[in-house]
Design a protein around this ligand. Structure first.
Ligand SMILES: *[C@@H]1O[C@H](CO)[C@@H](O)[C@H](O)[C@H]1NC(C)=O
Ligand SMILES: *[C@@H]1O[C@H](CO)[C@@H](O)[C@H](O)[C@H]1NC(C)=O
Length: 490
């Protein structure tokens, strides 16, 4: 038995060496992959689904849908496809026990979803070095907020219900979870195919057409033994659901992923740290989703406290940090010489030169859509805009970028329209380099936070559309590459 385990281990290690250590022809740089499924090439797919309400919780389950967590994970041997997650697993909802469910969390819908994600992770888990991994994550979020529901805290502090017209909500129940249809992956000849789809409009049936209703869909397809999975996404807003988000995420395999204050499961077996990582992916946007579609050619999420310490689950002091490159050419730069309130205090060049935002001759205003600071920061430089206090379980800080020549050194889009509809591309983004030189708030005199990114996402946020809008895109070849200086010595 022991001998066999050692052989297995040796085999795993050999695989890691053979599959993961590659050399970039252009630069000669060595890297290893931070994800469990480098480049989305593994036939035995691992993919999961999670839906979030306005503050990244559940709030209320949709009848007959269970807790909004699901997974499609299988092993393929020859032409035999063996699923690891059953329909019953996917339908698990609050009140129904499962192996490993802590009794204390059994009848709280928010905590139940957390436990269900861990359970699905245990079914999907793949042993690997330096640690096991579980799945790619499809994340869907409804931006409706019923301020009278009392469901969302302000910067992590519980607040009573209040009256406001600031957020979209058609009335009671507007924060509902979606209907989820699951097409279990099947083998059709040489092609594997499966998907998730559904709507937020309860009582409607998308298979009869999606006019007038919200809709989301992710279909994954792959030719056995060849190339990458292709994830085709569709997201449609409606009058009742004008603010929707759909992302494919590589989340950490444990700890907190971006915006999620509970233990998570995912794909990043080694959460990458700035500056030493790159992200490679192919993106083909077919429909943009209208002027409000903030399509993220990478949204990176993490969490650290304002004093630079790592997050520990205390929502009063943990702060979600997001950095997002928005590639919709319709998105304007709110940051400008007359709108300093929307700019970070300074920009740092690749040569490490600091340019203050009041330096109108040099600051790259049009490279920044919007910057907002954590609502619980004590020493902010004025003028400043603080981030929405309700849309995360804790305070958040957001740096939103736009295509601009100053990002050229990092391989990010340098011009409006790059990578947009009709311009499919394979990107190699120096996400680590760029994120090491962005401004993030920290209390004066504290040790700089380690910038370790626990979520790397691609997708769109249609931010309160005025009419029904549809976005459509496909994503493939996704990989996160740890560059040489973080490569462990062998
Ligand atoms: C959604 O998925 C179901 C299968 O789960 C499928 O029958 C349907 O055609 C898909 N698309 C729409 C628009 O409903
Ligand atoms: C510009 O901003 C920096 C940092 O806030 C400040 O030290 C400097 O005095 C300002 N310069 C001008 C000309 O206002």
């Amino acid at each position: 038995m022991a001998m066999r385990n050692q052989l297995n281990l040796l085999f795993v290690l050999l695989n890691v060496v053979l599959l993961s250590v590659c050399s970039d022809g252009a630069t000669g740089e060595n890297y290893i992959s931070a994800v469990g499924d480098p480049g989305m090439r593994r036939d035995g797919l691992r993919v999961a689904f999670e839906a979030w309400n306005f503050c990244n919780e559940v709030g209320q389950e949709t009848p007959h849908m269970g807790s909004p967590r699901a997974a499609d994970c299988f092993d393929l041997t020859g032409s035999s496809l063996k699923h690891r997650v059953t329909n019953d697993d996917n339908k698990l909802g609050v009140g129904t026990p499962f192996s490993g469910l802590a009794p204390a969390t059994a009848d709280n819908v928010d905590l139940y979803a957390v436990q269900k994600e861990l359970y699905l992770g245990s079914l999907c888990e793949v042993q690997d070095t330096p640690r096991p991994w579980q799945f790619w994550m499809v994340m869907l979020k409804n931006g409706n907020f019923d301020t009278r529901s009392g469901l969302c805290p302000a910067n992590g502090i519980k607040v009573p219900p209040f009256s406001s017209t600031r957020f979209p909500c058609f009335g009671k129940g507007c924060m509902n979870q979606p209907i989820l249809n699951h097409q279990e992956t099947e083998l059709f000849g040489e092609r594997l195919r499966g998907g998730f789809n559904g709507t937020y409009d309860l009582g409607s049936d998308p298979s009869g057409g999606i006019n007038g209703i919200s809709f989301y869909e992710v279909v994954w397809e792959k030719k056995v033994g060849v190339g990458s999975w292709v994830f085709s996404h569709k997201l449609k807003t409606s009058k009742q659901y004008p603010w929707l988000m759909l992302y494919l995420r590589a989340d950490a395999t444990k700890g907190y992923s971006g915006g999620y204050h509970y233990d998570t499961r995912g794909m990043l077996k080694t959460p990458p740290e700035s500056p030493n990582f790159k992200v490679r992916l192919s993106l083909d946007i077919k429909k943009g989703g209208g002027p409000k579609s903030q399509f993220y050619l990478i949204d990176i999420g993490s969490c650290w406290k304002n004093n630079g310490a790592a997050c520990d689950g205390d929502v009063k002091t943990d702060v979600t940090r997001y950095t997002e490159m928005i590639i919709n050419p319709d998105t304007p730069a709110w940051c400008s010489p007359t709108g300093l309130v929307n700019c970070p205090p300074y920009h740092i060049t690749p040569q490490n030169k600091k340019i203050y935002r009041n330096d109108t001759a040099n600051f790259p205003y049009s490279a920044y859509h919007y910057y907002c600071a954590p609502g619980n920061a004590q020493h902010l430089e004025q003028p400043v805009s603080t981030c929405d206090p309700y849309s995360n379980p804790q305070a958040q800080e957001i740096v939103q970028l736009l295509p601009h020549p100053i990002w050229a050194d990092y391989g990010y889009p340098t011009k409006k329209g790059r990578g947009w509809v009709g311009d499919p591309r394979t990107w190699e983004l120096d996400v680590g380099g760029l994120s090491s030189r962005l401004y993030y708030y920290q209390d004066p005199g504290t040790r700089p936070a380690r910038r370790i990114w626990t979520s790397i996402d691609v997708g769109t946020e249609i931010f309160v559309s005025e009419k029904d809008e549809i976005a459509e895109w496909s994503l493939s070849d996704f990989d996160v590459l740890l560059t040489s200086s973080t490569t462990p010595k062998s």
